[in-house]
Design a protein around this ligand. Structure first.
Ligand code: SF4
Ligand code: SF4
Length: 357
């Protein structure tokens, strides 16, 4: 089971897609529940928990991170951070992490436009520090938000070139004013989908050498096409993954701090048994075994309306089809013993990724 632990509702940045801190009323900036209480709640339910620190910016509260880690000696740990405060944890703590997601969108001009001046340089410094000085054995994942200024092929290959072990992205759609469904579709046609095709070809050329390139949307979709399908949204929200908010509430999804449908219980009371569901259109969708319904939050909160949901589905289906075209070639590489199928058996719950952009 994956557990997100929010250490604060505050953030030290104000990126364009998200605007920064949560409202204190929904996610207090100082936790109202002790780290030990959170750890106990997790330990009582899960003998092998995967715990990801989340916020706000989780490293604004480094002591909480350390306390939870000390109280859960058997857990696997990860963190989603904007990378600007990495020195707030000492090297020996970093060496306990299995996965570190650093938010970065691509080259400097793209990252700094969306996240603020100087952010790119600080994230690259953080990556170098973790890899070269700390000796963090963790998997480093570049966590991108992709919008109008992104060129997916250029940006993903740039981040791989910086030395990230993996790259994952989410499209900035549905809860944004950056653009609307029509402009998004035009951009997808002209720039994004051709870029996905290019990344697929890169993935295949690596597969021919026995390697599974960790471009997570591609790896995670091939997992569903060739190894095992998804039975739910790949992020696991509400079934295989829960978030513990700084007020002690348990949430189906870590960003849903104010939405009533997303409250799954409280650590002092337990889980309330509420089972979120997908829309009917997902239940009958021919790609549900690959897409899983994409994002639970979007199932309930669709700021762009039906037209927007449709636009994102169209792009999701096109992405899957582009990868599906070359699935037989990958199958042949597996059958010929060139590619070990276990390398395609990606588990997004170990990295806290959503797979479907
Ligand atoms: S492609 Fe759209 S309709 Fe199909 S499962 Fe995904 S979100 Fe649901
Ligand atoms: S993909 Fe959607 S439901 Fe899943 S964690 Fe992200 S926002 Fe929440």
């Amino acid at each position: 089971m994956l557990w997100f632990v929010l250490t604060t509702g505050a953030c030290n940045l104000q990126c364009r897609y998200c605007g920064g801190s949560f409202d204190e009323r929904h996610s207090p900036w100082r936790p109202k529940v002790a780290a030990g209480e959170v750890a106990r709640f997790i330990a009582q339910r899960d003998g092998k928990p995967v715990v990801f620190f989340y916020g706000g910016e989780p490293l604004l509260n480094p002591h909480y991170v350390v306390e939870v880690m000390e109280a859960l000696p058997n857990a696997r740990f990860g963190i989603q951070t904007n990378g600007t405060l990495v020195r707030r944890l000492p090297p020996e703590v970093w060496r306990r992490f299995s996965t570190v997601l650093l938010s970065i969108d691509g080259p400097q001009e793209v990252t700094d436009y969306y996240r603020g001046p100087g952010v790119y340089r600080r994230v690259v410094e953080a990556l170098r520090w973790l890899k070269d000085e700390v000796g963090c054995g963790c998997k480093t994942v570049a966590r991108m938000a992709v919008g109008r200024r992104s060129d997916i092929y250029r940006d993903v290959t740039h981040l791989l070139g910086l030395g990230f072990d993996a790259v994952h992205w989410q499209l900035n759609v549905i809860w944004t004013d950056e653009w609307g469904p029509r402009e998004f579709l035009r951009w997808a046609e002209e720039s994004y989908l051709p870029g996905v095709r290019g990344l697929r070809d890169l993935f295949l050329s690596e597969a021919e050498r026995g390697r599974a390139l960790e471009v997570i949307p591609i790896l995670g979709i091939y997992r569903a096409l060739l190894v095992r399908p998804y039975d739910w949204v790949p992020c696991g929200a509400g079934r295989h993954a829960f978030a513990i908010n700084t007020d002690g509430r348990i949430l189906h999804c870590p960003i849903a701090v104010s939405e009533k449908w997303a409250t799954a219980g409280h650590i002092r009371i337990g889980l309330n048994g509420a089972a979120p569901r997908l829309r009917d259109r997902c239940l009958v969708c021919e790609y549900r075994h690959v897409c899983g319904g994409r994002c639970l939050y979007t199932q309930y909160e669709d700021y762009w309306g039906e037209e927007g949901f449709d636009a994102v589905c169209q792009v999701t289906k096109r992405t899957i089809k582009i990868l599906e075209e070359e699935a037989p070639r990958l199958r042949k590489l597996i059958d010929a013993g060139v590619l070990d199928p276990r390398r395609l058996d990606y588990d997004p719950l170990l990295d806290s990724t959503e797979v479907i952009p």
